[in-house]
Every structure is written in C-alpha cells, then in structure tokens.
Design a protein around this ligand. Structure first.
Ligand code: ADP
Ligand code: MG
Length: 948
C-alpha cells in the first residue's frame, strides 16, 4: 500500500500534535503509521490508543509488519494481563497499542504498586488517539476508578425495602392511568383546564409511561401539557405542591430526580408503628434544644446528642435507599439502560451500545436495580484510586488524534486539551446521498415505515445497515422484520461475540444488519461488486442521537473512498430527543398541517430544527464535562503531590531524608499544639514512644522554637539508636542465613501493638550493615500508610462533593466551597499520614523472643489484592443537567475483591516444618509460637501470613 496524498497530510497533522479529521474509510490506520514511526525513533515510547480491544489488537497486527521491517518493536497491552511482566514488556516496546481504559488503569495501578518492579508504564511521551472524539469526549464523562470492598459495607437495606417500593410504583401506575382517563374525558368534553391538569399530573407521575407518550403525540396535547406546566412552574413553582398533591412521588426526567410526596411517605411508612419512619429530624434545631435543656447533666446531654445523630444517619440512609429504588423502578429500563446476564446487572453504554464490563452505577443505584430485578445484591465498595481521562491524557508531552467527526466539538478539544482540529479532504469526492429526516407522529408509524423501506432496499439488492439506539429497539425491529420475513443479522451488546463475522458480510447485496452504535466505530464494511452496482450501502437511522457526531458516524459507514451509498434518518415525536428537547415547534407545524396517521413530513427546515436541538444537548454535555474536570483538577493537584511522595518512597533514594523531615514537622506540631507540659508529655510518649528531653521547669523556660529543636534532636537520636539495635540483630541472622544457603530473610517488626514484617536480601543486609532493613521498613510503612489514608481521604472528598451541592440553595458556588474545603481535608490527610508514619517507624522494633525467619532462596511476591476497575459517572449527574438516563455508572463487583489490611501478605516458605512461628490471619488475629506444619495449609492458601 502506498499512502495517498491526503494521508500524508493527515500524518503531518498528527505529528504536529493536532487532530486529523478524516472521513470513514480514508485509511486512518495507515495514516497513523507515519507519525508513529517518526516519534518512536526517540526511543521513549509511542502509545496508540483505541476505543476497544478488538481494534487495539487488529491495528497492532495490521501495522506490525511495517514497523518490524524498520526494526521497531510493537506490542499491545490488551493482549496481556494487568500487573504482569508481559504488560511491562509491552510498554517497553517502541510502539504500544491499547485501549484508553487500560492505559489509564495501568497508571492508577502503577501508583498502587508496592515495588518498582511491579510498575509497568514509562513516562508519558507521545499518544495518538484513534476515534479521538469517542475517547476524549464521550468517555471523558466518566472518571476511571479502582475500587475494592468496604470493610463492613454490607449493611444495606435494598432488599428489605424493595417489595414496598414495588407496591408504591404499582399504586402510582394506577393513579397515573386514572388521570390519563380523566384527562381524555375532560378534554373531549371541552374542559381544557381540568383536562390539562389531569394530563400534567399523569406526566409528573410517570413521564415515561407508554400510553401517556402516545396520547401526548396526538394533536395539540403536548402543547396543552406545556401550557399547564408553565402555570405550575411559575413563581418558583409556587403552585406545584397542588399539582403533586394526589401523587405518591414525582419525577423530573430531564435531571433524573425522583421525589416522594407526603402521600408517598405515608404509603412507605404504612404499617410501621412510627409515622416518622422516613422523616428526617431537624438536626440543628433538635441539637440546639438538647443543648438548651437545663435539666440534663453533661453526660446525659452528650448521650442524647449521640442518639439524635445516630437516628438522623439511619433515616438519611433509609431515605437514600428508597430514593435509589424509586429511580431504579422509574428511570432505568431493562434492555435499554442495562441488560441481565447470568444474574448480573450490566450497564449498556449509551454512546457505544456496548456492555461496560465491570462497571457499576454508583451511590447504591446498582444495588437498587439488583434488588428490583431480584438478583443477588452485591456489597458496597470504596474508591482506592481515581482519575479522569482528561487528566490522564493531559500528562503526555505530545498528544494527537484522528476521527471522522471532530469538527462539531472543536471548541471543546481546544479548551480542554489544547488540541487543534484540522479537516482533511477525502481522497475521492463523496458520492453518498444524505437525505432529509422523515418525521412521524408516533414510534409505531415510524417503525412501520422503516420496515417498509428496508423491504424496498433489499428488493433492489442493496445492503442495509440499520442503526438503533438501544438493545430493546434493535430487538423490536428484528421482530418486525421477522414478521415480514426479511433475513437479517442483529449486532448488539448481547451478542458482540459475532461482531467480526457480521461486519464482514454486511456489505453484500441484500444483507440487512441491525446494529446499536456498536458498528459505528472503526469497523470496515466492504462492498461487493453487485451491491455497488445496486447503489451501495444504505444507512437507516431509526432515531436521532443526542449528538450530531454519533449521527455522522453512522452515516459515515456508507460512501467510503468515493463509494455510492445513501443515508436516511427516521424520527418520531415520541423519540427521547424530540420529547425532551424542542419538538414543540415541529409538533405545532404538524398540528397545523392536520397530519393523519402514517403521514410523514420531510423538509430541510425540520432537519435543521432537530440539529438545533442536538446542539443544545451537546452544549449542555460539554458543560457537564467541564464541571467534572473542574472538580477533578482540585483532586489532580492532590493526586500528583501524593503520587510523587509515594514514588519517592518506592525509589527509596530520598526516603531517609524525607522521614527526618517529617519527624521535624511532627515535633513542631506537638510543641505548637501543647503549651501545657503534662499534655505534651503524654503526647510525646504516645506518638514518639519516649520521654520529652526537658523537665517541666525547663519546658516552661524555653521559647517554642527551642522546645521544637530539643524535642526533634532527642527524637532523631532516639530513632537512630533504636535502628542501630535492629541493624545489629539482623546482621547476625543474615550471616547465618547465608551460611545455610538462603538468600533472603524475613524480619518481623512490631510497634508494640501491631506486628508486620519485611523481606530483605541477605547479601544487601550484610553489605549495608543492616541499613537495608531500616530502609525497607521505612518504605513499607510509608507506602502502607499513604495507601490506607489515601482511600479514606478519597472517601471524604466524595462526601464533600456530595455535600457542597447543597450550597446552591444558599446562592453559593459549590465549586468554590469544594476547593476551599478540599485544601483543609488534604492538610489533615497529610498530617495524619505524617504522624502515623513517624509513630510507627520510631517505635518499631524486632519483637522480643522472636528472631527472624530464614526464607527459601527466593521469596514469592506479595499477593496483590484483587481490585475492580470502573468508571464513574456520579459527578456528571450529580452536577445536574443532562447526564442522561444512564446516570451514575460507578463502582464494581466487590464480590471478587478482598479486604486490604495493614499487615503485609507475604507467602513465605519456612524451610524447617517443625520450626515455631507466629502467623497472622486475614481478619487480623494472630497465632503465636505454633509449629509451622500446623498452619502450613493456611499459609499456602493465602489465608494466613508468617509474621514472626
Ligand atoms: P478509517 O479508520 O479511516 O475508517 P481504515 O483504516 O479502517 O479507515 O481503512 C479502510 C480501508 O482502506 C482498509 O481496508 C485499508 O486497508 C484501506 N486502505 C487505507 N489506505 C489505503 C491505501 N493507501 N491504499 C489502499 N488501501 C488503503
Ligand atoms: Mg479507523
């Protein structure tokens, strides 16, 4: 293959660190080889990022011969398991292919690694992103998250409340149905006001109800509903409670809100004794009352306050559970937002139509859906590490990208990534005919028209690709075609295994392929001579998507390299986009034309107004992503700081110095916080495990900075002399180990109430005169405590994010408050890590009566806890706006995880099975001085570790 001229231009643009916009079929895979080769020569690695592993593997194999011929190494990370030597090697290759998620997760995993050898990535040099809009825009709505189970995270009540919520929803359905009947009756009788109210109530109750949507598409109904709505929206929704009064709950579909009404609350509390079962106490008022109550003594007052707060928390969590269940029932539909596979609820990505493996809705929503579907409700989990794709890709020194559709989002690419978009002309002129949209009143009419059109196209011998927006729609259409006996293939999240086969034959004469957005990216549909003669591939869209880009992607499947072809979208007023955004004008036009059942309008004015609606949605989504990034930027600063400190600990070079610096900070903290000698003395004993270096009188005489200095010098001395003792102890053991032919020793370390241990090399221990043990210990403790506290900090930051949202009610900007509070939280986090680290290392010693163990020649590696990768959308939805029906995909399958403990897990083989050892079990319990053979099975299976 020889590059076309336009491909050379595309390559230049990529090398300049910009986005090449080149149509589908222009050969972007080949284009990318040019800048890839050139930049790989620098020897610092080039990353080629794709949207799915099918493409990552395919492209790496297509292009490998070209690169290898020129003496470069190519690999693909998705071919290897995470955390393996193979992955590491893949990153060491000159050119590395992979999916965006895996690149991002590897970065997070590297920053959770416990040793340098476990890290796989090199510094981020040059990345080129294929289908760049899909990765940097669509996927960027959801941050990457690694999470694991929360200890004690199973106190959930989803299953307990599910039956009641189910009844509640059924009752509401009945109510809504009655209102719809009433509306029809009143409207028929000419009572517009009453009819409008009934209609509006039905809408507030269940906006997604099919009979309602159908009725609203009838002449003038939508307008009547909006007129009524505007009455109740007026003056800050003053009259809204009247409209909502007979309902059990109300739904605001546009921003995914469901709220229980008074009636709904009463319904839920039902038979319980306590009518306030779901009513939150007024915390501040009630606390104040207790405070003011003169009859209580201090202890009673405290007890009452604690009880009030406990009650508040219980109720808040109960209300949250019920709300999430309500959402699961009313806003999330099976086979649209999610599918059930082998008793598991799996999210279907709205943008790509693919199952998002391992991803879970956050904030309990996933559990709520599990309860609704009657499948196993999984445990809650917590975040261990997280980053947005935006901040991941901004780390690269140079970034480039390619796609067929970037132009509509050029503004966002520039604002967020400083990426320019350059549109490159096609190699041959485009021949595809893009027709104006056909607009119908109802979904039913639309699908009938689609089926008819397909029938005609097949008869004409053309291949047809039908795009649908959900699994459910693709199956619906499939049934319609079956009735008409039209042969076809279905490609959706449920059957992606056959993807390659289906795509391979999609270009043949008379072939019909129904696909969700899955077929939209990167697939290569080739025409046969007959189908070309018949007029080429016909694209049929059964609904307009939220953004113009996705529509253009679908159209782009036809008419590659000057091929003939056509594209046509079918739209109905009942479609989501039309319902939610700006179909009013179109509805009015249709009303005025007095259109009948089955009639269609097709006009450029209509097509334009649909695209205007899409533009509104796009802008809104950009707002959401920008907001997400603004929040992540706060986090990014903290993440960089802490990852840097962690990396220093891993490298070990500056660690001793760091520890001494921290020791100084901690000493300063103590002397500035305590001006009372007794209190200070207690603190010094507790934290540093020694007496203060001054008496009470001396203390009172000294100015603060002198107290700090003296305390620090004494602590440093104490630390060094204690370490000297440890070093002496281990040198002897190391020498003995060597004589017996062992290369490593395990050293148990205790701070008085916790035992842990490090494994060190015998030779190194001898050469460094025992210092090796000290630095390994410092490293181990630093990493353990950073990781442990970081998780806790992430949780606090999450809580903060939730709670600052209320600031809107006080006319304050949540982001500002978030930034301010985040700084405070971070300072507290750092202080906590510092004092815990110092407190541990300064008290650490080899437990008495225990000596070190000799290990087999090579100690197996510490077993890494299993973690779950996922992306989280909590933020985007939480920030309001149009996060879409697919709210809050979040965390993951905690059942596969393990609880991480402070104690290390080291599988150590003990040479002599009769030797007495101490082991620690996963729950933290310790068995002391037992014969090794009696616990060998537990150690082998990883249930216990040898700690002494
Ligand atoms: P894109 O990613 O731009 O949609 P692909 O990279 O999938 O396009 O390429 C589409 C098809 O065009 C592939 O079958 C590829 O082999 C072919 N192709 C690309 N460039 C050339 C070229 N210069 N000469 C011949 N065939 C080419
Ligand atoms: Mg491609």
């Amino acid at each position: 293959m020889i590059h076309y001229d336009v491909q050379l231009i595309g390559g230049i643009v990529l090398h300049q660190g910009k986005i090449s916009e080149m149509g589908t079929g222009e050969g972007k895979t080949l284009v990318s080889t040019l800048p890839t080769y050139l930049n790989a020569l620098a020897g610092r690695g080039v990353h080629l990022v794709t949207v799915n592993d099918y493409l990552a593997k395919r492209d790496s194999e297509w292009n490998a011969p070209l690169f290898e011929f020129h003496g470069l190494k190519v690999d693909c990370i998705d071919k290897h398991e995470p955390n393996t030597e193979e992955r590491r090697q893949a990153y060491l290759a000159d050119i590395t292919y992979g999916t965006n998620n895996e690149f991002g997760f590897d970065y997070l995993r590297d920053n959770m690694a416990r040793s340098l050898e476990d890290q796989v990535q090199r510094p981020h040099h040059f990345a080129m992103v294929d289908e760049v809009d899909s990765v940097l825009i669509d996927d960027a709505r959801t941050p990457l998250i690694i999470s694991g189970p929360i200890p004690k995270g199973d106190e959930q009540e989803f299953e307990a409340f599910q039956p009641r919520v189910n009844k509640l929803v059924e009752a509401q359905k009945q109510i809504v149905q009655n209102f719809l009947v009433e509306a029809k009756k009143e409207i028929a009788a000419g009572n517009k006001k009453e009819g409008g109210l009934a209609l509006f109530r039905a809408y507030r109750g269940l906006p997604k109800s099919k009979p309602l949507i159908k009725f609203l598409s009838e002449n003038g109904m939508k307008q009547l509903m909006h007129e009524t709505e505007s009455i109740y929206l007026a003056e800050n929704q003053k009259l809204m409670p009247q409209a909502d009064e007979p309902l059990l709950f109300t739904i605001e579909e546009k921003n995914n809100q469901v709220e229980l009404t008074e009636k709904g609350l009463a319904f839920m509390s039902g038979n319980t004794e306590n009518p306030d079962f779901f009513v939150l106490p007024h915390l501040s008022i009630d606390l104040n009352k207790i405070e003011q109550n003169k009859e209580l003594n201090d202890a009673e007052r405290l007890a009452q306050k604690e009880q009030l707060i406990t009650e508040y928390n219980e109720k808040a969590s109960r209300i949250h559970t019920v709300n999430q269940l309500l959402k699961a029932y009313t806003l999330f539909e099976k086979d649209t937002e999610y599918i059930l596979v082998e008793g598991k609820v799996k999210i279907v990505d709205e943008q790509t139509g693919r199952v998002m493996e391992g991803r879970r809705y956050s904030d309990g929503l996933h559990q709520a859906i599990e309860a609704k579907e009657g499948v196993n409700v999984e445990d809650a989990s917590q975040t261990y590490a997280t980053i947005t794709l935006q901040n991941y890709f901004r780390m690269y020194h140079k970034l480039g990208g390619m796609t067929g559709t970037a132009e509509t989002e050029a503004g966002e690419f520039w604002t967020i990534y400083k990426l320019d978009v350059v549109s490159i002309p096609t190699n041959r002129p485009i021949q595809r005919k893009d027709q104006e949209d056909k607009v119908y009143r109802t979904v039913r009419e639309k699908y009938n028209a689609v089926a008819e059109e397909i029938q005609e196209l097949v008869a004409a011998g053309r291949p047809v690709l039908v795009g649908t927006t959900s699994v459910e729609n693709s199956e619906l259409l499939s049934r319609l075609l079956n009735i008409r006996k039209i042969q076809h293939n279905v490609l959706n999240a449920k059957q992606h295994a056959r993807e390659a086969d289906i795509v391979a034959e999609a270009g043949q004469s008379g072939k019909v392929t129904i696909a969700t957005n899955m077929a939209g990216r990167g697939t290569d549909i080739k025409l046969s001579p007959e189908s070309r003669a018949a007029g080429g591939l016909a694209i049929i869209g059964t609904e307009r998507h939220e953004s113009r880009r996705v529509d253009r992607q679908l159209r782009g499947r036809a008419g590659r390299q000057g091929d003939v072809g056509s594209s046509q979208f079918f739209v109905s007023l009942e479609d989501n986009l039309m319902r939610l955004f700006g179909s009013d004008r179109i509805a009015k036009v249709m009303d005025r034309l007095g259109m009948d059942e089955g009639e269609v309008i097709q006009h450029s004015m209509i097509t334009n107004s649909i695209e205007r609606a899409q533009k509104k949605v796009e802008e809104n989504n950009f707002g959401i992503r920008k907001r997400l990034l603004e929040y992540d930027d706060v986090m990014n600063y903290q993440r960089n700081a802490i990852y840097k400190r962690r990396q220093n600990a891993l490298l070990g070079e500056r660690l001793s110095l760091d520890i001494i610096n921290i020791l100084f900070d901690v000493c300063q903290d103590i002397t500035t916080s305590y001006s009372n000698y007794e209190e200070l003395e207690l603190k010094v004993i507790e934290l540093l495990g020694m007496e203060p270096p001054f008496s009470a009188e001396e203390f009172n005489r000294l100015p603060v900075d002198k107290r700090t200095e003296q305390l620090f010098l004494a602590a440093e001395l104490h630390y060094k002399s204690k370490n000297e003792i440890i070093a002496q102890q281990v040198i002897q053991v190391a020498e003995e180990a060597k004589r017996q032919g062992f290369s490593g020793i395990q050293v148990p370390i205790s701070n008085g109430h916790m035992v842990t241990g490090v494994v060190v090399d015998a030779d190194k221990t001898i050469v460094t005169q025992g210092k090796e043990v000290i630095s390994e210990m410092e490293k181990f403790i630093t990493l353990t405590l950073i990781d442990q506290e970081w998780k806790e900090h992430l949780r606090e930051m999450d809580d903060l994010k939730q709670s600052v949202q209320n600031a809107v009610f006080e006319q304050k900007d949540p982001l500002l408050i978030y930034k301010f509070e985040a700084v405070n939280l971070f300072q507290r986090f750092v202080a906590r890590v510092n004092s815990d680290t110092i407190s541990f290392v300064i008290k650490a010693e080899i437990p008495a009566a225990q000596s070190t163990n000799q290990t087999a020649p090579k100690a197996p590696k510490e077993k890494a806890p299993k973690l779950q990768m996922s992306k989280d959308e909590a933020l985007s939805s939480l920030l309001g706006g149009l996060a879409g029906a697919q709210e809050e995909p979040g965390y993951h399958d905690p059942s596969a995880g393990q609880v991480e403990r402070a104690a290390p897990r080291q599988a150590i083989k003990i040479a002599d099975r009769n030797q007495r050892v101490t082991v620690q079990y996963q729950d933290g319990s310790i068995k002391e001085n037992v014969k090794y053979k009696s616990v060998e099975a537990d150690v082998d299976s990883g249930k216990a570790v040898v700690v002494g």
